[in-house]
Design a protein around this ligand. Structure first.
Ligand SMILES: CC(=O)N[C@H]1[C@@H](OP(=O)(O)O)O[C@H](CO)[C@@H](O)[C@@H]1O
Ligand SMILES: [Mg+2]
Length: 554
């Protein structure tokens, strides 16, 4: 790194001093904290993204969002060249960078890292970073901090793509790196075209019955706003958007959104008894996850939740049907695998295994599930909270494309051709960069039509085991170390034994704990054969967590 570059970094970094007395760490999905302390972190992530762009000679993305967190929080997610999350190999550098005490130390760190990674400044390739943000009021100034960070690397170009959902930004990065046009209008065009194709491939006998409108909760965030745009491009699907983020409708993520609905299992604000039985979906604050639900009769606002596990099951079932045709008609064996985390309801895992599917378990966080899903020709992954997507391997996709062309001249209109076309359309509709509520909802909608299913019929695929999630505030959540896809506590010693003793008291009991990567808490999960038992199990495990790690009270 030459003196000019060093001087530039020093000068820019001095405008973004780090907050005193706090350490901000790269978590499950990037950095997240109260927005007021994030400027320096985001500025430094700008530098990191420019370095990553130089290293990979590809476009990188920065998304300013704190997803489902409260409106006063914000955060930053980084999209790698594939459109997926930043490679885990760079996470330790991200932590060091964010916490370097002053500009001199920061520049020293960058110089050392650049040398180790063989990154040269001022070469032929100029770094390029796409920037996006959600609707949070702090987004604009944090985006500016990211831009300053990028601009402090000589030659680097920052392009502001505006207010976007997280998956839109990831999609843009992916498509730019594939050499394709990646404007927001291209994104909308692609999902509405592939949705139309899939609607056209619905068996004729299923198209007769009209389906009711979908009612969607936009979490008062960017997803609601974008869904309003998407719905205008669709035919054959009516969507009523509530909590769309318009002035006066409510506060982002406050009593609304997929996270609230999934964890509390009650209606989001704006929904009530008039909606009993109707098909409803809820997006999270940055629209990278979604769940479905319907309102149950009664005054307690209870819902029947159709979560990520059931979305995964629906997708797996539909894809499996298409693969059965490929196998029968063409003798083609396709390796289909599904990926879940320990939060997956035990009943869903049983169901998927009974379908004959290979089920893999990874730690929490899309970065782990996504990576595992690459192991298959088609890998479907979902977290119970609704974050997931479907990945198609490059070789299987190219086989599908070739076969599609051949069949157009030999077997036009055959069942085999239809299955090939459906799979191709799914690969276009679903966002293969990252989980995407907009395209995910559209895929659910078209599959329900294909099956002729109501949300109630879908929900009956299997019955969830009652479960409960709790959060425990502790002194130091990093004191908890887990193993086996987070199902076992390794440290502190003795805690796992205590959990085992509690679990043994219940029929079908299962419980695990792990430190959250996005909030300063330990999460407790429990399931058992009745809700009361699941609640009690969670409560007693939480008490053990408190005893081992808490502030001295239980
Ligand atoms: C139990 C749970 O819902 N955990 C969420 C949450 O992570 P935590 O590390 O549990 O805070 O946020 C992540 C990012 O959005 C998401 O991937 C994950 O599933
Ligand atoms: Mg999110």
């Amino acid at each position: 790194m030459d003196e000019h570059q060093k001087g530039m970094l020093l000068e820019c970094a001095s405008k973004y001093p780090i907050p005193q007395g706090v350490k901000i760490l790269y978590g499950t999905a990037g950095f997240r904290a109260d927005a007021s302390i994030l400027s320096s972190t985001v500025f430094r992530v700008g530098i990191l993204a420019a370095l990553r762009s130089l290293k990979t000679k590809s476009v990188i993305g920065i998304m300013i969002t704190a997803s489902h967190n409260q409106i006063s929080d914000n955060g930053v997610k980084i999209a790698d060249p594939s459109g997926g999350m930043l490679t885990q190999e760079w996470e330790p550098f991200a932590d060091l960078l964010a916490n370097a005490p002053d500009p001199l130390n920061l520049v020293k760190l960058i110089a050392e890292f650049a040398e180790k990674e063989n990154i040269s400044f001022g070469g032929d390739y100029s770094a390029e970073v796409l920037l996006g943000r959600d609707t949070r009021p702090s987004g604009e100034s944090l985006l500016e901090a990211a831009r300053q960070g990028i601009n402090s690397v000589i030659g680097a170009v920052a392009t502001d793509m505006g207010i976007l959902t997280t998956p839109q930004l990831h999609w843009m990065v992916r498509y730019r790196n594939m050499g394709k046009s990646a404007l927001e209008s291209d994104y909308f065009k692609q999902i509405s075209n592939s949705f139309r194709c899939l609607m056209n491939y619905i068996p004729e006998e299923m198209t007769a019955s009209e389906m009711d409108e979908l009612i969607a909760d936009g979490a008062n965030g960017v997803g609601g706003e974008k869904l309003e745009v998407v719905k205008k491009t669709l035919s054959g699907l009516e969507i009523q958007v509530r909590n769309s983020g318009k002035e006066g409708e409510g506060v982002l993520n406050h009593g609304v959104g997929a996270d609230f609905v999934q964890k509390e299992k009650i209606v989001p604000s704006g929904f009530d008894q008039i909606d009993v039985g109707k098909r409803c979906a809820s997006l999270d604050g940055d629209a990278d996850r979604f769940v479905y639900f319907y309102v149950l009769p009664g005054s307690n606002n209870k819902i029947e939740l159709v979560d990520g596990d059931k979305i995964l099951s629906l997708f797996a079932l539909f894809i499996k049907q298409q693969l059965t045709v490929l196998n029968r008609e063409d003798g083609r064996q396709v390796h289909l695998g599904v990926v879940q985390t320990a939060y997956a309801n035990g009943a869903s895992t049983d169901y998927l295994k009974k379908l004959g599917l290979e089920v893999a378990l990874t730690p929490t966080g899309v970065k782990y599930l996504h990576e595992k899903a690459y192991d298959y020709d088609i890998g479907i992954y979902f977290e119970a909270n609704g974050h997931g997507t479907i990945l198609f391997s490059a070789s299987f996709l190219s086989w599908l494309e070739t076969r599609n062309k051949e069949l157009a001249s030999t077997s036009e209109g055959s069942e085999l051709q239809l299955s090939v076309k459906r799979l191709l359309a799914i690969s276009e509709l679903i966002n293969q960069a990252v989980g995407d509520a907009l395209s995910g909802v559209l895929l659910v909608e078209v599959i329900l039509r294909h099956m002729g299913w109501s949300i109630q019929r879908w929900s009956e695929l299997y019955q969830d085991l009652p479960s409960r999630q709790l959060k425990v505030k502790v002194m130091d959540r990093t004191a908890v170390i887990t193993a086996n896809a987070e199902t076992e506590v390794v440290k502190p010693t003795g805690l796992q034994e205590a959990i085992n003793c509690e679990v043994a008291k219940y029929t079908m009991g299962r419980s695990f704990i792990r430190p959250s990567g996005t909030e300063d808490v330990i999460r407790v999960y429990a399931e058992a054969s009745t809700q009361e038992e699941a609640d009690n199990l969670a409560k007693s495990v939480a008490q053990h967590v408190n005893r081992f790690l808490g502030f001295g009270s239980s």
